[in-house]
Design a binder for this molecule. Structure first.
Ligand code: ATR
Length: 270
């Protein structure tokens, strides 16, 4: 039996054990995957205990992704550019840090939803950790322009600058969003936690694909998108399953079938 886990706080509602257990079944691997609620000030210690118990790898979710970056002794390019780690593979004494969030989003958009990002205009709402984690993968798809709009303007400008080597990026405040449609809007803000959404020009959603990184709830952003003529409104459940699949492959070399798992989760949530 190989041991894997997800660390977070809170972690009770994590779907990762369900997803990875189904991946293991599909691929015929003997895997035990558990959720571990690390104390807010005790992530590294918890992770080390798990490694000493024989853990082969683990996922990391809020609020430990930056600490996980610091715990890793080697980093993939995705992890380095994201400045955060959501997957660690234990390889002897080396802890390899990866970030599969961006791959997860792209696989959901391009593979599951059949969207081609090449030449498209993309607007990202938010300039925090979640936004940083998906930028490299998005820019690799060669959009025409990638705009980052944030409540705190300086953070959007800085983030756009940090990624300018990978494609055409620009950053500005939410109030500078024009009232003209774009192809894709991705909400990475945590505004839904307060049951709100960033105040932005309504016309930007008309005909757009509107994607929220949150899942399991209909967020105010999703409702706003529907009310303002979006072509398609999507939550982040597909991204969750796809990032899990990329982690599973990173650990085991096996590529699970995500469609089955995503369908089951969607059916369960209806
Ligand atoms: P995460 O790791 O989830 O990205 P974060 O780094 O704290 O979390 O970033 C949260 C993001 O949501 C930020 O872009 C934040 O805007 P600020 O940089 O101005 O703080 C954004 N955000 C949170 N609540 C918001 C709200 N009510 N309206 C607009 N943006 C909001």
């Amino acid at each position: 039996m190989d041991y894997y886990a997800v660390f977070g706080n809170p972690i009770a509602h994590s779907l990762s054990p369900t997803i990875h257990t189904q991946f293991a079944k599909q691929t015929g691997m003997m895997i035990h995957y558990e959720k571990i609620r690390a104390p807010i000030d005790g992530f590294a210690q918890s992770a080390k205990l798990f490694i000493n118990r024989g853990g082969r790898g683990f996922n990391i979710t809020m609020p430990f992704k930056i600490e996980a970056f610091n715990l890793a002794t080697k980093h993939t390019t995705n992890a380095k550019t994201a400045g955060a780690v959501n997957t660690i593979k234990v390889s002897g004494n080396t802890l390899i840090g990866e970030n599969t969030d961006g791959i997860g989003l792209i696989n959901d958009l391009c593979k599951n939803l059949n969207i081609d990002l090449k030449g498209k205009i993309v607007l990202i709402l938010g300039a925090g950790g979640a936004s940083r984690g998906i930028l490299l993968s998005l820019l690799r798809e060669k959009p025409k322009r990638l705009m980052i709009a944030n409540r705190t303007t300086s953070k959007a400008i800085q983030l756009a600058k940090d990624f300018s080597a990978y494609g055409k990026t620009c950053g500005f405040g939410l109030d500078k969003i024009k009232n003209t449609p774009v192809d894709l809007i991705i909400n990475t803000t945590s505004a839904a936690l307060n049951n709100t959404m960033p105040k932005i020009a309504n016309g930007v959603a008309c005909g757009a694909i509107c994607y929220d990184l949150m899942y399991a709830i209909q967020t105010p952003f999703m409702r706003w998108a529907q009310d303002n003529g979006a072509n398609l409104v999507v939550d982040g459940l597909g991204m969750l399953v796809e990032q899990a699949s990329a982690s599973f492959e990173f650990w085991t070399g096996e590529k699970p079938d995500t469609h089955q798992v995503l369908k089951k989760l969607r059916d369960k949530m209806r």
